[in-house]
Structure formats: structure tokens, C-alpha cells
Design a binder for this molecule. Structure first.
Ligand code: SAM
Ligand code: SF4
Length: 326
């Protein structure tokens, strides 16, 4: 079992497959010249499967594929198929632009629920945020997943001056549609123009929601990162992921493998362990995994606290979100 010094058991692995993407969300991808990691440096399909298997033998029970945009990899469906054979709950985070085309393969790999990111219901605003005109494709993917009976969580990063007025529109969408909307507080990463004024907090999101709806809190499941609510009579639910103002590090069970095969024990960790190089040299990577997890800090990579006024963004050490893998 992958246990850290605070007795947290790590049984949930997020694997980034690429740092490429067909969208350009400004909060994720740095604006300056961004050079993608050359393909030979990325985990190849067989390496993803072999590394995943080692983690499963060490106690991982859930794997999420992410990126960048995982579906831009040409070998995505073969990776999906091989991980579908492991004894884990397999899931996916995607921007949804290409999901419709591989809907059947997603279902046959055993995926029962997945996350689709969509920050706005407005096509023009989508173009401003992502710098691409693919809103319709994302909406169609969501419909297709629901038709197939696959659960959909819609990830919405809420940012002041961009989309905070849409909180109520997203909740209204849950009335007749069985989706689960998750509002995410805007987080700081390398080159993403973060500042504390742009964070729309848990408190503020709930205040906006209460202006229009009655909210009933739902019970928090173990390791759940979101505070969940339902509006009575609605088919779907909504939740807030309050990493910045009310983090949930106490029972964190997550670890991350970047697309170039580095293990990160926290989204905000300042250190990484290069598993891929060791694996390619034929070394036993298990001691490296254990050492990495033992070094995990109590909260937020040891880099800041939930007091937004004290986050010194220039001092933060991290990759951009697209390079880490969300
Ligand atoms: N391309 C896929 C997608 O967009 O769903 C997967 C990768 S993306 C990095 C994973 C998630 O991270 C998305 O839901 C995205 O909105 C979220 N994300 C990226 N940058 C963020 C930031 N600065 N603050 C909060 N969430 C962020
Ligand atoms: Fe691409 Fe997802 Fe990042 Fe947007 S959030 S740029 S879709 S990886």
C-alpha cells in the first residue's frame, strides 16, 4: 500500500497522457511560446500500461486519464483498451471536443462516469476562454455520453470577470439534465495570470446559487474533493471544489504521473520523481514510488495556505497545469 507519513493511503492515480491540446484555455496553458514535450520523451502506450500495472499491484484502485487533452493522442483508444483490462475503476477527464467520435470505445473500456470541462454555456465566451470555436462539439459529446448512460461531471473553472455570472445558469441546467456540475476555484500555476481577485470562492459561489435556488447539502464521501449540493426537484447536482479557500488535503488519496513519466505526490508539489527514465533502464521503480510518497507534505505541497491574501504567486514553484496534467 502506498502510505505517506500522515497515514494517507494513496489508491488513486491520475495519469497525464500528453501536454498537447486542441484548446488553449488561458488559465491552463501559458501564453508565451509554449513548446510541447517531444513525443519520445512521453510515456509510450506500452509504458503507460506497464507503469499503471505496477501501481495497481501496489494498491491503486482508481485511474484517471488526463492531460493536456488525452484524446489528441493517436493511440488513445489502444491505451484505453489496455487500461480497461486492469482491475481498477477507470475514468477520464477531457475537454469533450473529440469524445463523440469514440463514445462506444469509452463505454466498452468500462468507463461508467467521466469529467468533461466546460466553463461557459455561451459559444462566444467559449471562444474567448479557449481561443477555439468548438463549443457545439463539447455540448454534443455531453449529450452522447448521457445517451449511453455514462455519468457526466461538468468541470467549470469560475473566474471573476469571465464567467462568474453563469453559476446560476449551470445550476439551472441540472433541473432537467442528470449532470453533475463542479465549480472549481481558479488555481495558480506557472504563467496563468492568476491573482487572488480573480478567485471566486466557495462562499461566493454558494451565495450566488442561493440568490436563485434552495440548496440541500449532500453527504461528503471519503476522499471527495467537492462539497456537493442538490436543488430539490433537480435531476442533477452541483458541487464546489474549493482548493484555494477550503482545501481537502487531510484525506487526500491522489498521486499523479506526468506525461513524461514523473511522479508528483501533490498538484502543488515542488519535487517530482523520474520513474520513466528508471523504468527504461530496467530498474525496479517501486522504491522510487515509496520514497516519493513518503515525502508528501501535509497540505498544498507545503507551498501556501488557504489564506488567499498570503499566496505569493511569484514564489510558487510549479509547472503549468497543462504540463502537470489536471
Ligand atoms: N484537457 C482536459 C480538460 O480540460 O478537461 C484535461 C486536462 S485539464 C488540465 C483538467 C482540469 O483542470 C480541467 O477541468 C481544467 O478546467 C482544470 N484546470 C486547468 N487549469 C486550472 C486552473 N488554473 N485552476 C483550476 N482548474 C484548472
Ligand atoms: Fe486543454 Fe484542458 Fe488545459 Fe483547456 S484545461 S487548455 S482543454 S488541457
Amino acid at each position: 500500500m502506498l502510505v505517506d507519513q500522515f497515514n494517507r493511503v494513496h489508491d488513486y492515480l491520475r495519469i497525464s497522457l500528453t501536454d498537447r491540446c486542441d484548446l488553449r484555455c488561458f488559465y491552463c496553458m501559458p501564453e508565451e511560446h509554449y513548446s510541447f514535450t517531444p513525443s519520445p520523451q512521453l510515456m509510450q502506450a506500452e509504458e503507460v500500461a506497464a507503469l499503471a500495472k505496477i501501481f495497481v499491484l501496489e494498491g491503486v484502485r482508481k485511474i484517471r486519464l488526463t492531460g493536456g487533452e488525452p484524446l489528441v493522442r493517436k493511440d488513445f483508444t489502444s491505451i484505453l483498451e489496455s487500461l480497461g483490462r486492469l482491475d481498477v475503476q477507470l475514468t477520464l477527464t477531457t475537454n469533450g471536443t473529440r469524445l463523440g467520435a469514440i463514445a462506444e470505445q469509452v463505454r466498452s473500456a468500462g468507463i461508467r462516469s467521466l469529467n468533461i470541462s466546460l466553463d461557459t454555456l455561451d459559444r462566444n465566451r467559449f471562444q474567448v476562454i479557449t481561443r477555439r470555436d468548438l463549443h457545439t462539439q463539447v455540448m454534443e459529446s455531453i449529450d452522447r455520453m448521457l445517451e449511453l448512460g455514462i455519468g457526466v461531471k461538468v468541470n467549470v473553472v469560475v473566474m471573476r470577470g469571465i464567467n462568474e455570472q453563469e453559476v446560476v445558469d449551470f445550476i439551472r441546467w441540472t433541473k432537467d439534465t442528470p449532470i453533475h456540475v463542479r465549480f472549481i476555484e481558479f488555481m495558480p500555476f506557472d504563467g496563468n495570470r492568476w491573482n487572488q481577485e480573480k478567485v471566486v470562492s466557495l462562499k461566493e459561489i454558494l451565495a450566488r446559487a442561493r440568490e436563485e435556488f434552495d440548496l440541500v447539502p449532500l453527504e461528503r464521501e471519503k476522499h471527495e474533493t467537492a462539497k456537493k449540493f442538490i436543488v430539490p426537484g433537480h435531476q442533477g447536482t452541483f458541487a464546489v471544489i474549493s482548493t484555494m479557500t477550503a482545501p481537502f488535503c487531510g484525506d487526500c488519496n491522489r498521486i499523479r504521473l506526468t506525461a513524461d513519466g514523473k511522479l508528483k505526490n501533490c498538484l502543488f508539489s515542488t519535487t517530482e520523481t523520474d520513474l520513466l527514465t528508471a523504468f527504461r533502464q530496467g530498474l525496479d521503480i517501486r522504491p522510487l514510488i515509496y520514497e516519493n510518497i513518503r515525502a508528501k507534505k501535509a497540505a498544498l505541497g507545503g507551498q501556501f495556505t488557504a489564506d488567499l491574501d498570503r499566496v505569493e504567486v511569484e514564489q510558487l514553484e510549479n509547472r503549468s497545469m497543462i504540463r502537470i496534467g489536471g
